[in-house]
Ligand binder design. Structure first.
Ligand code: ZN
Length: 278
């Protein structure tokens, strides 16, 4: 038997013409342009035909120089209708993985629907934060005379997974801000944190992502994010460490520069932990 010849990925290695073609774009008031076509249209791009929608979307992102790492949100490129098609395509691919692992998915009743379950779980649950747009956070003005000026600390439970091994990352984020000109609902902090977490991630990146999105939603320049989490890739494999905890901290503005604010943040975390030990 001869080995099949290795073929490099046609999409990732495609030659792409990156010159700007005005007729492909719609002006949105100078100098902002938006692409005319939707993801499905990209499938029939001149000179480029793909049988998988996933390949067409990858092609588009590559052409637009849009990064699509495991921790990146790509919701601008994936519509709700696309998702259904992508789940079907991923099911087919997971079936192949199970076949290559020599698991009898035809006769083993527990493995029969596994490929589809995996595809749905990735798109709708453990990586949903890649495909869903950011949770809308209505903000309320905080500019009256008796406005809240203190520190706000919210505890958010997190479920994520590492990009390296696709193993679960389980932990808690403590988000602290000094209230700015507007406030968002308390549950929104956790919704934003979970949206950032439900992707392939590195804990160091996750803390930065949460800080950036909270800043976007609240306008607060003074903020801190402290995450403590356990990593399946250290517990279930590799060093098999049972109770190793990884801690990451991002501090901005007064949280970074003012030792009193910093101390108050960590004192608050201690109080939170007394109230709700992990
Ligand atoms: Zn890992």
């Amino acid at each position: 038997m001869t080995k099949p010849e290795f073929k490099p990925d046609a999409v990732l290695n495609a030659e792409i013409d990156k010159t700007f073609k005005a007729d492909e774009y719609e002006p949105l008031g100078k100098p902002v342009y938006v692409k005319k076509e939707t993801a499905l249209d990209a499938m029939s791009d001149k000179g480029y035909e793909e049988s998988y929608l996933g390949d067409a979307i990858r092609f588009k992102m590559k052409r637009d120089q849009k990064r699509f790492w495991a921790g990146d949100n790509i919701s601008d490129y994936v519509s709700e209708e696309d998702k259904e098609i992508l789940i079907n395509e991923a099911t087919e691919a997971f079936e192949l993985v199970l076949d290559r692992l020599l698991i009898d998915r035809e006769n083993d009743p527990n493995s029969r629907g596994t490929a589809r379950r995996l595809a749905k779980m990735y798109f709708n649950e453990i990586m949903a934060g890649r495909y869903d747009p950011s949770p809308s956070a209505t903000s309320f003005p905080n500019d009256s005379e008796d406005r809240y000026e203190g520190m706000l600390v919210v505890r958010s439970e997190l479920r994520s997974m590492c990009s390296h091994h696709h193993q679960p990352v389980v932990g808690v984020a403590y988000i602290g801000i000094i209230a700015a000109q507007h406030l968002i609902g308390l549950s929104k902090y956790t919704r934003i944190a979970q949206w950032c977490a439900r992707r392939g991630t590195l804990q160091e990146e996750l803390a930065n992502d949460i800080a950036r999105e909270i800043e976007k939603a609240t306008g607060a320049k003074d903020l801190g994010v402290y995450i403590q989490a356990t990593h399946g890739c250290c517990e279930n494999r590799g060093i098999m460490a049972h109770s190793s905890l990884t801690q990451t901290t991002v501090l901005r503005g007064a949280f970074k520069d003012d030792s009193g604010t910093k101390k108050e943040f960590f004192d608050n975390i201690k109080l939170q932990q007394e109230f709700a030990p992990r």
